[in-house]
Design a protein around this ligand. Structure first.
Ligand code: SF4
Ligand code: SF4
Length: 303
C-alpha cells in the first residue's frame, strides 16, 4: 500500500524554499520546541482544530453542532476547549465564515505527487522543484524517501528543509535522494540550543557534517531572535561554519516575526516571547552587515 503522511499545507509557486519556483509540502510533527516557532500547528504530528479568531462572526452555528461542548460564546467572546475536540469536523462544515479548520490531512504519495506535477513547467523554466518542509519532515521518513524517489523518477529537483535532529542512521537513508538541503542553524552552543529549542545540537551538527561531506549542496538557514541569539557568540558560530564549510551554497538570515504567536492562539497554546515585536528590516540589515564584516560573505537576508 502507498505510504501516507499527515500534510498540513501545500504551497505552490513558493519562491522562498529553495532555488526557483517550488511546491512546498509541509508535514506535521516536530521533535523540537523552539520558543519562536513560526509554524506551531506543525509541532503536533496529529490533526488538530485551528480557529481563525479574526474571521469569526459569532453566529453560534459551531456551538449548535458540536456534541462535545468545545465552543462557547460568552459576553461577546468565542472561547474553545481544544482538549475536548474529537475532530469530527461538524463545526468546520457548519461555519460559513471559514473560521474553523482541521489542520492536517492524511495524503498518499500519489495525491502529493499529483499536486507537485501540476507545476512541472514552472520548475523547468525556473530551476525550481519540490521542497519538503514542516515541522520536521524527516520524522515521517519512509514517506519522505518514497516521495523524493518519485520526484527523482519524474525529473523534479528535490529540496529538504530540516532541523537535522534525526538519528545518523535515519539521516543516511535520505541522502541519496536530496538535491539540496535547507539546513537550520538555530543557536550556538549545545546547552543554549537545548534551552531554547528543547534539544541539544551535537547530533544536528554531525548530520550537517555528513550531508556536507556527502557533497550535497546546503543552504544554512539561521533564525535570529533578539535577546536570544542576536549576539557575537552566535554570529561567530555562523562564521565558523562558513569557514569550515566553504562550499555552502548560502547562509540565510531569517529575522524573528510574530506570526507564530497568532497561530499559537489559534490552536489553544499560550503565546511565547510576548515582549518581542517583528524585527524591523533595518535591524535585520545590520545583522547581515555585521556578519559580512566578520568575513561571512555569502550571507543574505531571507523572509
Ligand atoms: S471538530 Fe467536532 S468535536 Fe471538534 S469542535 Fe468541531 S464539532 Fe466539536
Ligand atoms: S460557526 Fe464560525 S463564525 Fe459562527 S461562531 Fe462558530 S466559528 Fe464563529
Amino acid at each position: 500500500m502507498s505510504e501516507t503522511a499527515i500534510v498540513f499545507d501545500i504551497q505552490r509557486a513558493s519562491l522562498h524554499d529553495g532555488p526557483g519556483i517550488r511546491t512546498t509540502i509541509f508535514l506535521k510533527g516536530c521533535p523540537l520546541k523552539c520558543l519562536w516557532c513560526h509554524n506551531p500547528e506543525a509541532v503536533n504530528p496529529a490533526q488538530q482544530l485551528f480557529f481563525h479568531f479574526d474571521k469569526c462572526m459569532q453566529c453560534g452555528d459551531c456551538v449548535a453542532v458540536c456534541e462535545t461542548d468545545v465552543h462557547h460564546l460568552t459576553d461577546g467572546k468565542h472561547t474553545i476547549d481544544f482538549e475536548k475536540c474529537t475532530l469530527c469536523g461538524k463545526c468546520v462544515e457548519a461555519c460559513n465564515s471559514n473560521a474553523l479548520k482541521i489542520k492536517g490531512k492524511a495524503m498518499s504519495i500519489d495525491e502529493v505527487m499529483h499536486e507537485i506535477m501540476a507545476d512541472i513547467d514552472f520548475y523547468k523554466n525556473s530551476g525550481g522543484g519540490m521542497t519538503l518542509s514542516g515541522g520536521e519532515p524527516l520524522l515521517q521518513l519512509t514517506f519522505c524517501i518514497e516521495l523524493l524517489k518519485r520526484c527523482r523518477e519524474k525529473g523534479v529537483h528535490t529540496c529538504v528543509e530540516t532541523s537535522g535532529f534525526i538519528s545518523a542512521e535515519q539521516f543516511q537513508k535520505i541522502l541519496p535522494w536530496v538535491d539540496i538541503f535547507l539546513f537550520d542553524y538555530k543557536v550556538t552552543g549545545s546547552t543554549e540550543h537545548q534551552k531554547y529549542t528543547g534539544v541539544p545540537n551535537e547530533r544536528i551538527l554531525e548530520n550537517l557534517d555528513v550531508a556536507y561531506q556527502h557533497g550535497i549542496p546546503i543552504i544554512l538557514r539561521c533564525i535570529v531572535v533578539p535577546g536570544i541569539n542576536d549576539n557575537d557568540l552566535h554570529f561567530m558560530g555562523i562564521c565558523d561554519l562558513d569557514a569550515k564549510y566553504p562550499d555552502l551554497k548560502g547562509i540565510e538570515i531569517l529575522p524573528y516575526h510574530t506570526m507564530g504567536n497568532n497561530k499559537r492562539t489559534s490552536i489553544g497554546k499560550e503565546e511565547t516571547l510576548t515582549d518581542l515585536e517583528t524585527v524591523p528590516a533595518e535591524v535585520a540589515g545590520k545583522w547581515v552587515q555585521k556578519l559580512k564584516k566578520l568575513g561571512c560573505e555569502k550571507v543574505s537576508l531571507s523572509r
